[in-house]
Ligand binder design. Structure first.
Ligand code: MN
Length: 417
């Protein structure tokens, strides 16, 4: 696959996240426009509400773009998603006859404010990187019992909070919670001292299912509307005290950040790869009938207060043991209904080596090996004023399909009422 050229000049640069090959979906506003659906192309945003109003893109009898979410488009189903992408390609391709009509609907991205691209119905987070699971298991339980006995048989997950999923750029207060140190019989209450990030990819479920209706892995793959970068902020000290026996609760409920652009499976299709070889054969309902992971380079950056950002980890989504389609099939397998706008976190994405780990917990190995930053300071976990940034891109020949950034700055804890 090579670059598809557009009459939008900035979309033809090898350095843009948003060439014609990508066409990701977001929600934007400006000083004069209320939040509405938009499509990124180079350094511009196509106002989809205006395009619909002008009769350039018509997907349904009723308008679907003059709203601050893509859920209405998701509801129309995969045939409409395909039609939309073809229509956008025709409008934005280099030799389009509609250039002058469409050019009037482009707004410089620098003049926009980006919002959460969808109403998040529910948020489920998984634990599907083998390297991450082994690292965390080794830090807490030792190498002999690193992987839980169920891990090679199913994607482990928990039900998280949709209410605190926020768009990149939203500041996050350090959470308060119960913390229990080993040298004290009683827990204390106060700001987390081990605040962490989790580098993840989020899958946005586009097609709903009825209660009692499991889907196959192949069907699940067709139900995914797109992918975003996801930072599953985690308070490790709160988590360590509260997680048994029902799993994470307040340690992860305070915030989850996502990148503002939903990148479609159609854009990522040239980058499909298979999940790694199985150590233990999966049960039939979880077997992957075709490649369902993607080759996406991922980075974690830290920007200390007043400093410049630097990369502290690089990894790739193709190292995951379970794909989003397998997670979705497993999620529906009991008869659990899935909703349009459900968000599935991949789980922290870690590679095999130091420098490829997707959390501070692993990068500082439980806090025992501080990272040295360019400004001379060190980090074991995230400090007040730090901005944590995730980036992702699938690298093609002379172009890339990028996600934009998923950033969040940590503010001091609020005082407890
Ligand atoms: Mn997570």
């Amino acid at each position: 696959m090579t670059l598809l050229t557009s009459w939008v000049e900035s979309a033809n640069s090898a350095d843009t996240d948003f060439p014609l090959n990508n066409l990701p979906y977001g929600v934007f506003s400006t000083n004069s426009l209320d939040p509405r659906c938009g499509v990124a192309i180079g350094d511009m945003v196509l106002d989809m509400a205006a395009a619909e109003n002008a009769g350039l893109v018509v997907l349904d009898d009723a308008p679907v773009f003059d709203v601050p979410y893509w859920n209405d488009v998701m509801d129309l189903g995969p045939d409409a998603w395909k039609m939309l992408r073809l229509r956008l390609m025709a409008m934005l391709t280099a030799d389009s006859a509609e250039q002058s009509a469409v050019a009037a609907l482009l707004i410089p991205m620098s003049e926009t404010r980006l919002h959460l691209p969808m109403v998040v119905s529910e948020y489920t987070d998984f634990y599907s990187s083998r390297h991450h699971a082994v690292n965390v298991g080794t830090i807490f339980r030792g190498a002999a019992n690193a992987l839980p006995p169920n891990w090679l048989h199913m994607p482990i997950g928990y039900n998280g909070r949709a209410s605190t999923v926020v768009v990149s750029g939203t500041d996050i207060h350090r959470p308060n919670g119960q913390i229990k140190s080993s040298d004290n019989d009683m827990p204390t209450f106060g700001p987390s001292q081990r605040l962490d990030i989790e580098l993840e990819l989020g899958a946005v479920v586009g097609t709903s299912t009825d209660m009692g209706t499991p889907v196959s892995v192949a069907q699940a793959d067709e139900m995914i509307f797109g992918y975003v970068l996801l930072n599953d902020w985690s308070a490790r000290d709160i988590q360590a005290w509260e997680y048994q026996p029902l799993g994470p609760f307040q340690a992860k409920a305070f915030a989850t950040s996502v990148s503002p652009w939903i990148v479609t499976p159609a854009a990522l299709d040239p980058f499909r790869t298979s999940t790694p070889e199985r150590e233990t054969e999966l049960l039939d309902y979880l077997k992957e009938p075709r490649p369902m992971l993607f080759d996406i380079d991922l980075s974690v950056l830290i920007q200390p207060p007043g400093g410049t950002h630097e990369v502290i980890a690089r990894t790739n989504y193709k190292t995951m043991y379970y794909s989003a389609a397998q997670q979705l099939a497993h999620h529906s397998s009991s008869g659990c209904a899935m909703n349009t706008g459900d968000l599935l976190g991949s789980g922290t994405i870690s590679g095999p080596d130091k420098g490829t780990y997707g959390s501070m917990l692993e990068l500082s190995w439980g806090g025992s090996a501080p990272l040295s930053l360019a400004d001379g300071s060190t980090r074991t976990f995230v400090e007040d004023g730090d901005t944590m940034i995730l980036t992702g891109r699938a690298q093609g020949s002379g172009y890339r399909v990028g996600f934009g950034a998923c950033a969040g700055t940590i503010l001091p804890a609020v005082s407890f009422p």
